[in-house]
Design a protein around this ligand. Structure first.
Ligand code: SAM
Ligand code: SF4
Length: 319
């Protein structure tokens, strides 16, 4: 088995694949109210092309993939696509979803080979859900979370973007949720990537940890995954609590990932504007594109609220 290393010696074994730029929500931190102009069908990579890119990557050292979007569950045929990915014998197949459509699809996804799922949920209050996502779908999302647990996707993680004055008053509700349910609740720092990126809403992971520690003991814990979260749990809890601090304590030195956008570009870093086109290529050219992408992988991201010069919203990258 080969290893893919970048210029800095970081081993890149994880590909995040956006299968669509479309979404059924309009989260304020991710995209503008009117949405972003969707690519037309011909501009989006076919499932066959994505499978070829993954298979070629596996010959070079890719071992794990995450399916994302936009919202991956709005693309038709995602269950079949996952069953084809499964045949490639990857070490790990995961997904990030808003879960609006998950209740009706969880069983098929699990049977197709999806191992685990990260679900975005920033509030447990229906009105606030409408305010943040500009859609009225909290009930569906909660049903989706239950379905994910019932069919045995494991772990089920919740991605909670904490924003000052918006949902920071629900911090302890999410902490309590991790006590009652076998969920990994991860508090994610708000990033200036598309949508209404307002610095005054930012709260660092250390501030959040501090608030939680003032009320609860946080015991060290582990959770399966490829990412940079560090985990804790409450005494006797079913689930865990994680912190993802991309802004305040970046984890670029251990970055293990490459991103593939729905319109067929490798994106070496979430926050960098360089992209490598990868449509309609032979396996040999795909290998060259992987190597080019790794060469362009920066030492570290340049995310900041002062200089928001990013070419894509989160929904067009894949989070
Ligand atoms: N639609 C799916 C979802 O929401 O889970 C997958 C794509 S979404 C772009 C992936 C992740 O990016 C979500 O967990 C979302 O909360 C996160 N995200 C989007 N914009 C963000 C921002 N400005 N700051 C922090 N996280 C963000
Ligand atoms: Fe859609 Fe996910 Fe962006 Fe929300 S965070 S608008 S669900 S892509």
């Amino acid at each position: 088995m080969q290893n893919l290393n970048d210029q800095l010696g970081r081993e890149i074994d994880y590909l995040r694949i956006s299968i669509t730029d479309r979404c059924n929500l309009r989260c304020r931190y991710c995209m503008p109210a009117e949405g972003v102009e969707s690519k037309n069908h011909q501009e989006i990579l076919s499932y066959e092309e994505i499978l070829k890119i993954v298979e070629t990557g596996m010959e070079m050292g890719i071992k794990k993939v995450r399916i994302t979007g936009g919202e991956p569950l709005v693309r038709l045929g995602v269950e079949d696509f996952i069953s084809h990915l499964k045949k490639l014998e990857l070490e790990d197949i995961s997904m990030t979803s808003n879960a609006v459509l998950l209740a009706g699809k969880a069983k098929k996804l699990k049977e197709a080979g999806l191992q685990r799922i990260n679900i975005s949920l920033d509030t447990l209050d229906p009105e606030k859900f409408k305010e943040i996502s500009r859609r009225d779908n909290l009930t569906e999302v909660l049903k989706g979370i239950s379905a994910a647990l019932n069919v045995g996707l494991d772990p089920v993680k919740l991605n909670v973007v904490i924003m000052k004055g918006i949902n920071d008053d629900e911090l302890f509700d999410f902490v309590e949720l991790s006590r009652r349910k076998k969920l990994s609740v991860r508090f994610i720092e708000y990033m200036p990537l598309g949508g209404e990126a307002e610095a005054e809403k930012f709260i660092s992971s250390s501030e959040i940890k501090h608030l939680i520690r003032a009320r609860f003991d946080l015991l060290p814990a582990v959770s399966i995954g490829n990412g940079p979260a560090n985990y804790f749990k409450l005494q006797g809890a079913e689930g865990t609590i994680g912190f993802i601090s991309a802004m305040s304590e970046h984890f670029c030195s251990s970055c293990n990932r490459l991103r593939l956008t729905a319109d067929g570009k490798f994106k070496p870093c979430l926050a960098a504007n360089q992209e490598i086109k990868i449509t309609g290529m032979s396996k040999k050219d795909i290998k060259t594109a992987y190597k080019k992408a790794l060469k362009l992988k920066p030492v570290c991201h340049n995310l900041n609220f002062e200089n928001q010069n990013y070419s894509r919203n989160m929904s067009q990258i894949g989070g």
